[in-house]
Design a protein around this ligand. Sequence first.
Ligand code: HEC
Length: 172
Amino acid sequence: MKKSDYYKLVAAGATTALLVGCSSLSAPFKEADARWADFKSWTKVTELEPSTGNPTGFLGGVHMGDEGYRDVYVNDIAKDTLLGSAPYNYPAGSVIVKEQFASKADWEAGRKGAHTISVKVADGDQLSKENWNWADSYKGTAGESAFCSGCHSIAAANDYVFTNGDFLKTQP
Ligand code: HEC
């Protein structure tokens, strides 16, 4: 299966995502949240292949868009779930960091990376977007975000995370 087909399948059952505007969650002059401050030492899911283009077909202009180069890092709590296979249900404390660059040149130079972070704050048998918080920068504050969770609801069946073991196995 091609990557571009995978989320057509996943999204088949999903309700239409409502994007309800983007509120800024970041505040200046503070340290990064301890839950992800050291993410560079975590498992780099995209070690072999950064994500570029629009493999799911749902990117729109976010995460640096089609021209962007994106790496995904996962903490130890989330690692086994993310790299495993469906059904996906992440334990509370799971944190996933996406580091994105505007171009291949920036990615190669490690220049001007921007970060978006998903934090699972509660878990249970039922998947729910209420269980996730979102931060829009490295020094940002994790909180509810209709902007982030609205689009990630396309992957609701996979616990709101697009990048996972099944997805990574699909062919580019
Ligand atoms: C318009 C849709 C859209 C919006 C809005 C969006 N994302 Fe994503 N996000 C994606 C897609 C699609 C991927 C999957 C991989 C790719 O194409 O790079 C992704 C991947 C990610 C990942 C890597 C783990 C995963 O789910 O694959 C994180 C972390 C992430 N997004 C966080 C955020 C945060 C935080 C926000 C809000 C500030 C946000 N996203 C807003 C579409 C979106």
